[in-house]
Write a protein of this length. Structure first.
Length: 423
């Protein structure tokens, strides 16, 4: 009976333990199921957050793309122009001198101050003493005067110029119309005259290359002769005579230095080089047309003086000074100009003007600088017939000197556009 009781009790204990194990397994499965459901819920929540963020970012990217397109479409200059045009409609929006007023009044008055009207000295640098030897642009560098030119007289240059433009002068002078032996001696006399002419040309060329005060006198003398010749005849009929004339011009430029008188002489030579020409006739029946003309400038455009920026700077300074002295800018604004002219040796200064007249006087100076700068820039193009970088060099010249003289922006743009459109 006791054994049966023990067996029953052990069976009940095993049943209880089995139920406990079942309960524990059920609880474990339930807890794991709850944990999995919770993790899935968190996962779904994260996916929802990512999707929401992605949607927000895509919307932001779309708006950012629209903003980027709008920014790329902005025309800064156009917007500034619109702003300026609208601002001009407001009180005080426009300056007293009109559009493109970027100053330059002080610089213009300084130019007037350096070229005082009423001054008797017309040299750009009156305080600079001239040395006996000048630094030139040519390859030759003579340290002393040439002894071969000691006997050169002013008449020699006139004779040389006349001989180059009159081909029959030698035959008439040597043979004469009444000479009985003219037919036999004509060739010999012509050759003798030709040799004499070549010697005079060589002597004149040597004299023109001198970088001394005497050389300056030589160059002024031949300029006088050439200036007289252009009112008579500008065509050189013989090719050899034309080459001799070009040789004289080349020697002339090689002798010019950086002194004011030499710069002035070189400017005049540049003008004259565009006057004298030779007709390159391909056959005897060719006519005189401008297309067949070869000017002196075509032969001297290689000279190093034209590529020297300092020469062009001095040339502009001289041109501006001459124009201002002729225009009488200050006298036009001085209220007591009659009394000023009555006083001998009266020098008018910029501070004699009324403050309200400064801007108008500066505008006249700017007009003078604009005209002379455009003329010299065009000359730079003319003296570079090869066209190798001439337009870029002329534009750089305009930009550099416009800044130096504080030329208004609209005048600078006008000059640059003219050079680029006519290159």
């Amino acid at each position: 009976a006791a054994d049966e009781s023990v067996e029953d009790a052990s069976s009940q204990l095993l049943n209880i333990m089995s139920k406990q194990d079942t309960t524990m397994r059920s609880a474990r499965v339930a807890s794991e199921s709850c944990l999995l459901s919770e993790c899935n819920a968190v996962h779904n929540c994260l996916r929802s957050l990512v999707a929401i963020e992605r949607s927000a970012l895509e919307e932001r990217a779309r708006k950012l793309q629209m903003l980027e397109s709008a920014v790329d479409a902005i025309d800064v200059r156009k917007d500034i122009d619109i702003y300026i045009q609208n601002d001009k409609l407001l009180p005080g929006g426009s300056s007293r001198t009109g559009d493109d007023d970027d100053g330059g009044v002080a610089a213009a008055l300084a130019v007037l101050n350096s070229h005082v009207e009423g001054s008797s000295d017309s040299m750009p640098h009156p305080n600079i003493e001239r040395p006996n030897h000048f630094e030139g642009w040519g390859a030759a560098d003579n340290d002393a005067e040439n002894d071969d030119t000691d006997d050169v007289e002013p008449e020699v240059f006139g004779e040389v110029i006349n001989s180059l433009f009159d081909r029959d002068q030698g035959k008439i002078a040597l043979a004469g119309p009444d000479s009985p032996r003219r037919g036999k001696r004509e060739r010999t006399l012509s050759e003798s005259y030709k040799l004499e002419k070549e010697e005079k040309v060589a002597l004149a060329a040597t004299a023109l290359e001198e970088k001394t005060k005497r050389g300056q006198s030589f160059r002024q003398t031949i300029l006088y002769e050439l200036n007289n010749q252009r009112s008579k005849k500008t065509e050189v009929e013989g090719e050899a005579d034309f080459e001799s004339l070009c040789r004289l011009f080349d020697s002339f430029l090689s002798g010019c230095g950086r002194e004011a008188i030499d710069v002035s002489n070189a400017k005049m030579a540049m003008i004259l080089s565009q006057t004298f020409y030779y007709i390159d006739r391909q056959d005897d029946n060719s006519v005189d047309d401008r297309g067949s003309r070869v000017y002196v400038k075509n032969r001297i455009s290689h000279h190093s003086i034209w590529s020297d920026d300092e020469f062009w700077d001095h040339a502009l300074e001289q041109c501006v000074a001459e124009s201002l002295q002729k225009s009488g800018v200050l006298l036009n604004y001085v209220k007591s100009s009659v009394d000023v002219r009555a006083v001998p040796n009266k020098c008018i200064k910029w501070h004699d003007l009324a403050p309200s007249e400064y801007a108008d006087a500066a505008a006249q100076v700017h007009s003078v600088v604009f005209a002379q700068l455009g003329t010299l820039a065009h000359s730079m193009l003319e003296m570079d017939v090869s066209g190798s970088g001439s337009t870029a060099r002329a534009c750089n010249f305009v930009r550099r000197l416009s800044i130096r003289y504080q030329l208004p922006l609209n005048l600078r743009i006008t000059l640059l556009n003219h050079l680029q459109n006519n290159s």
